[in-house]
Design a protein around this ligand. Structure first.
Ligand code: AKG
Ligand code: FE2
Length: 457
């Protein structure tokens, strides 16, 4: 990450006029000074957030492991562990048939599954690991068997996102039978990160089953199988619906104290000195509207919530944040409940973010604004926006800048994205960075976000 000093707030106008950096710095214009203050408050804030987040806390979108069972799958499925077969035979205690034709017909898979019993998976350490990493606020999780997938040579599963079945469905679990095969690497992606699980390479051991669990919004795929059969059993992982009061940090280990103190200072300055501000932190995961609730937060989003929630309880930040009733209309149901309980002013909501900026050869700078409410309607009403001169010189893709104007009624906001911290590329959620130097980039997208609001009056 570059520091603020790498990116002097030069503007095209000033550059053209031959006005130097220092002229800008000492410019008397209150507006410009404010922008510079914003910039210095904002620079590196994503890193600060990251550092200050609870350690050993939830931070994952995917976890994996292996477990041993001598009973469940081998007996109930009748799949001889480690056995080589072209025909899947004797798959259940009470059934006897064979698979001698591929693709396997759905009826037969159903029949096989009906011969299966719910696996013991989820009672042991695996469930604890999944819960801690992917669903930290949930008191427990449950696994619901979904389907069995058999891949023969040439089969694959293109990159996709699983359908979320119900509010509590937060992740998918795949259990890989110890079945000899080649190819079929399983890949899970989350924004710029990709994890690959090549169980064909893993030494097959009888009764040892590999598993992978990943959040429902993560893209995943199975590469073509070149030899043998790859068999997986899929589960939907659910967290129960529970009446969430605001959860406390799932981790006992606080994050970096210095980062936390600095973050606190900056947020206080942001909301206090400059007043009337909105901070938007784009969540790492995506959520169906009904799942966008505190208790349903996944992975690192839960850690982020804990941090902001804790900071919100500290004075003087607390004193600077808005608690007026007029704010309610912008809040999610969870935010409203929290406000009513005088617990927090952090709300979770889907926001429309519009990013404007100028492309550079390898990056484009984006300024970000957000508008609560119905995005497509409002957005089309926005019309063409004007890019102020001082925003033209935008040297870095992901560093954000404060906008001092309200084109088309879009609300100004500071928008932070944690993929910046994770070293990611700005490609998630439909954003495509431009490679064309000098072109104006505009991106609009909807994102789930954690929003802290200052004085709206
Ligand atoms: O077989 C696998 O490992 C994954 C299958 C899958 O992603 C699906 O059925 O949705
Ligand atoms: Fe899937």
């Amino acid at each position: 990450m570059h520091s603020h000093s790498d990116f002097p707030a030069l503007c095209e106008e000033c550059e053209n006029d031959g006005i130097s950096d220092s002229t800008l710095v000492y410019d008397n214009s209150a507006k410009r000074r404010r922008k510079q203050q914003h910039d210095s408050l904002a620079d590196g804030m994503e890193q600060l957030l990251w550092k200050a987040m609870p350690k050993d806390g939830p931070s994952d979108f995917c976890c994996a492991g292996r477990f041993r069972t001598t009973t469940s799958f081998s007996v109930h499925l009748g799949v001889p562990s480690g056995a080589k077969y072209d025909h899947l035979t004797n798959y259940g205690k009470h059934h006897s048939t064979s698979i001698d034709e591929l693709p396997v017909q759905p009826e037969l898979i159903q029949e096989i599954l009906s011969g299966c019993k719910q696996s013991p998976f989820g009672r042991g350490t695996e469930a604890v690991a999944i819960k801690a990493q992917l669903a930290p606020f949930a008191p427990y999780i449950t696994a619901e068997r979904h389907k069995m997938v058999i891949y023969g040579p040439g089969s694959f599963f293109k990159a996709h996102v699983d359908t979320q079945r119900g509010q509590g469905h937060f992740a998918s679990l795949t259990i890989h039978l110890p079945q000899p095969h080649k190819g079929g690497c399983f890949k899970v992606r989350h924004r710029s990160e990709e994890l690959a699980f090549d169980f064909a390479q893993a030494k097959l051991q009888p009764h040892i089953y590999n598993w992978v669990a990943f959040c429902t919004d993560c893209k995943h795929e199975v590469e073509p199988i070149t030899e043998g059969y790859r068999i997986t059993i899929l589960y939907n992982l659910h967290m129960p619906h529970f009446d969430a009061s605001i959860p406390t940090s799932p981790s006992g280990m606080p994050g970096d104290a210095e980062a936390r103190a600095e973050l606190m200072q900056r947020l206080t300055a942001l909301f206090g000195v400059h007043g009337k501000k909105t901070l938007v932190v784009v969540l790492a995961h995506q959520y169906a509207p009904k799942s966008l609730q505190v208790d349903k937060l996944k992975g690192e989003d839960a850690g982020l919530y804990c941090l902001l929630h804790e900071l919100d309880h500290e004075e003087p930040l607390r004193a600077t944040l808005m608690r007026k009733e007029s704010d309610l209309r912008f809040m999610s149901a969870a935010g409203r409940r929290a406000l009513a309980a005088k617990q927090a002013v952090i709300s979770l909501m889907n926001v429309a973010i519009r990013e404007l900026g100028e492309g550079t050869s390898d990056s484009g700078e984006f300024t970000r604004m957000m508008h609560p409410g119905n995005w497509p309607k409002r957005y089309s009403a926005c019309g063409v926006e004007l890019l102020p001169e001082h925003m033209r010189r935008t040297p870095h893709t992901l560093a954000w800048r404060y906008m001092d104007f309200h084109p088309g009624g879009m609300e100004q906001a500071l928008v932070l994205r944690s993929d910046h911290v994770a070293g990611g590329q700005l490609v998630a959620q439909g954003i495509t960075p431009s490679a064309n130097e000098g072109c104006i980039i505009e991106n609009s997208y909807l994102a789930a976000a954690m929003v802290l609001r200052g004085d709206l009056c």
